[in-house]
Design a binder for this molecule. Structure first.
Ligand code: ATP
Ligand code: MG
Length: 406
């Protein structure tokens, strides 16, 4: 038998060893085993064990009750947390992140059986090597996503798995095995039962992956209308705007949440983008970034410093940068030239923020202006002057200009 030896962090080895020393079984399991075989850096190391949570809490001094009902205790070692979960058999999943009921078991195979895909259903310890009951290694080599057991049943238990199949295919560049894909298509409408937060997490991971264009599979499988209101329209609009492969260049965008969502939504109006992202419960910062970036993408930028300063005064540098990234994908505006002008603006230290204006509200009060709305309007007027001509950003010059106001 071919034995992999997987290099695990010493903390994981230590945890597994201690559990074994108490007479129980313990393995690294799931995504970390998959990633190590593939030579990818695992996001986290999960441990599965025959010991029940109460025993884990006795064995380790520093633990957190992460999800006792579902068998999960976080063990702290070297300032890091490792999730240790008791072998379990899952009941029906409803809407939450976890099944409604779980049953602990002493059988590792039962625990592996409840997992979604063969490549995610492997366990590992130095003593046993890879425990691969469902031919996960073969599927890793064949580069396919395949359900553990009958795809229909597995998707009916938890419809989120439908989207996870597509997400993993995007992250790993794998195809989806025939029967699994058929079940994805057949059960597409059950995605509407899944909470929007869970759907969003998977879509965000998909867009941040190395193959974000696989988002097209969401449409192809007939899932789009069940994601959130207006989602199906995104594909239609993107094709109108950018042709048959509208997401083929998304992988070039920085791997950042707002950036990738903005790339996906760039042919929707800012208001439509906001509606979709709110529907998917994205955080306000991301929503705001996407709103500004989709808006900026759709309006041409005149290649002049005054226009660039005006834009910079209305958004963060990150948002402006994002707009240029989007434009570089499929607008024929001269992004290089705009960048060059932006660099000059930065090098010259031109004022593009109200706070950098050489005159403050205090200065205006000091020359006898009254507090109130007029004061704000006067500052706005001066700021406009400075955006148009940065050389004016000197106190005397600006106070002189004040005469022209009104
Ligand atoms: P990553 O952390 O890179 O997103 P992962 O494979 O670790 O990938 P997680 O969502 O962290 O994915 O889940 C850890 C493991 O738990 C999976 O590898 C899989 O075995 C199992 N799992 C997670 N979610 C489900 C689910 N909805 N149905 C069945 N098994 C699941
Ligand atoms: Mg994980």
């Amino acid at each position: 038998m071919f034995m992999y030896r997987i290099a695990m962090p010493w903390e994981v080895e230590w945890i597994i060893e201690r559990i074994r020393a108490h007479g129980f079984e313990a393995f690294a399991v799931g995504g970390c085993v998959r990633d190590m075989i593939l030579g990818r850096e695992p996001g986290d190391w999960d441990i599965t064990t025959s010991a029940e949570p109460a025993r884990i809490k006795q064995i380790f001094t520093k633990t957190i009750d992460t999800g006792l009902k579902h068998g999960t205790v976080t063990v702290l070692k070297n300032h890091q947390g490792y999730e240790v979960t008791t072998y379990r058999i899952d009941g029906e999943y409803q809407d939450g992140r976890h099944p409604d009921s779980v049953e602990f078991t002493a059988d590792l195979t039962e625990d592996l059986k409840r997992r979604d895909f063969t490549i995610n259903a492997m366990a590992y310890s130095h003593e046993t090597g890879v425990v691969d009951r469902f031919n996960g290694i073969t599927d890793l080599y064949d580069r396919v996503i395949r359900c553990v057991g009958l795809a229909q049943d597995r998707f009916q238990e938890d419809a989120l798995r439908i989207l996870r199949a597509i997400r993993f295919s995007a992250q790993l560049g794998f195809s989806i095995e025939e029967a699994t894909w058929q079940a994805v298509c057949e059960l597409a409408n059950s995605l509407s039962k899944v909470s929007k937060e869970r759907v969003q997490t998977e879509l965000t991971k998909l867009l941040l992956s190395a193959h974000p264009d696989k988002i097209l599979l969401v449409e192809k499988a007939g899932l789009a209308e069940f994601v959130t209101d207006g989602f199906a329209e995104v594909f239609v609009r993107a094709r109108e705007g950018a042709g048959e492969e509208p997401f083929g260049m998304l992988y070039r965008l920085p791997q950042e949440k707002s950036m990738r969502w903005a790339g996906f939504l760039r042919y929707m109006t800012p208001a439509e983008s906001v509606k979709i992202l709110k529907g998917l419960k994205l955080d306000n910062e991301t929503i705001d970034n996407v709103r500004v970036m989709t808006g900026g993408f759709q309006s041409p930028i005149a290649p002049e410093k005054i226009e660039i300063r005006r834009m910079l005064s209305r958004m963060t540098p990150g948002q402006f940068e994002g707009i240029l990234h989007l434009k570089a994908m499929d607008k024929d505006e001269d992004v290089h030239f705009i960048r060059k002008l932006w660099k000059e603006i930065l090098a010259d230290g031109d004022c593009v923020r109200m706070k950098d204006l050489a005159v403050s509200g205090g200065d205006l009060l000091a020359i006898g202006m009254q507090p109130g709305r007029g004061l704000g309007e006067a500052l706005g007027f001066l700021f406009e002057q400075v955006i148009a001509n940065p050389k004016l950003n000197q106190k005397e010059l600006l106070l002189e200009r004040l005469g022209e106001w009104r």
